[in-house]
Design a protein around this ligand. Structure first.
Ligand code: AMP
Ligand code: ZN
Ligand code: FE
Ligand code: FE
Length: 280
């Protein structure tokens, strides 16, 4: 049976903090009756080496994607990039900078936890977590998971709420990149830049600033949010004649309430991105 065209444009693999491998994500996209997909790992595009040939083989239309971490006025802002050249030097170099930033910050957070009598040894993580050349983006979710495993907290949420969430005693911001710099890198790499999950940006000032920047779109459909919750963002996107994207933010078992395909875009939106990608 032919299904209605649906493309999920926001998901994570084991190349960042998701629990499904790139190969598993492609299989899951098929099982979820998706026809289009973009993998948006945090600060890296390593999944595409494996995902591109598999997607082609299994009939999934795949476009390049990434979710870049930025900070604006002290507030964390995620910027989605789509349809960029997977071999673009500016983006590949930027991913390397993020890698170094994350390794240093990971170690700083472990130090802070140790001072609070919650020691975690580097050796308890897979060795590639600390290798500059590794393909995997490491972050606070990995630390939260380890805190849970070691019995320091009884849930991932507790780890963030009490220790490693923004402003909490064991939080460390690490080096940070601005939104403007990130937009520049995406555009130099021939990609399109989208404001990720605007619903989750708590500050009105920050949001107003973002809406004045050189974005190409906004994520108007997100996770399991009901359409009414999404509509203000869709309206803003339409007023600006921006691309209105959508996706589940699937992370696998670490965020079980975000199922792949729980948010998606239809064929017209997907084709705008797909044609841009194919024309590179
Ligand atoms: P990092 O990139 O290392 O700063 O980690 C950011 C990720 O941690 C986000 O993408 C979320 O998955 C998770 N996260 C951040 N803040 C919280 C929070 N307050 N509660 C639960 N998860 C969070
Ligand atoms: Zn994540
Ligand atoms: Fe995000
Ligand atoms: Fe995400």
């Amino acid at each position: 049976m032919m299904h209605e065209f649906r493309a999920d444009l926001h998901c994570h693999t084991t190349c960042s903090d998701g629990t499904s491998t790139p190969a598993e994500i492609i299989d899951l996209a098929v099982l979820s009756n998706l026809q289009g997909l973009s993998i948006t790992d945090h600060d890296n595009i390593a999944a595409y080496d494996i995902a591109c040939p598999l997607a082609e083989q299994k009939g999934i239309k795949l476009i390049s994607g990434i979710e870049l971490s930025t900070v604006h006025c002290g507030v964390s802002v995620h910027v989605l990039g789509y349809s960029f050249d997977l071999k673009a030097e500016p983006l590949l170099a930027f991913c390397k900078l993020h890698r170094t930033r994350r390794i240093n910050r990971f170690r700083s957070i472990l130090e802070l936890l140790s001072k609070k009598n919650m020691p975690i040894n580097e050796e308890e993580f897979p060795a590639d977590f600390f290798q500059e050349t590794s393909y995997r983006t490491i972050g606070r979710p990995h630390i939260a998971y380890m805190m849970l495993k070691k019995g320091y907290v009884s849930s991932i949420q507790q780890a963030f709420n009490e220790y490693i969430g923004e402003g909490k005693p064991c939080y460390h911001p690490g080096h940070q990149h601005t939104v403007e710099e990130t937009l520049e890198i995406i555009h130099q790499s021939k990609g399109l830049a989208i404001i990720a999950h605007p619903h989750l940006i708590g500050s009105h000032t920050v949001l107003n600033d973002l809406l004045k920047m050189n974005f190409d779109g906004i994520e108007g459909f997100y996770a399991h949010f009901p359409p009414a919750a999404n509509s203000p963002w869709v309206k803003i996107g339409m007023e600006k004649k921006w691309i209105i994207t959508g996706g589940s933010d699937y992370h696998g078992t670490i965020k079980p309430h975000h199922q792949l395909g729980s948010s998606w875009v239809a064929e017209d939106t997907f084709n705008r991105l797909y044609q841009h990608f194919k024309a590179l």
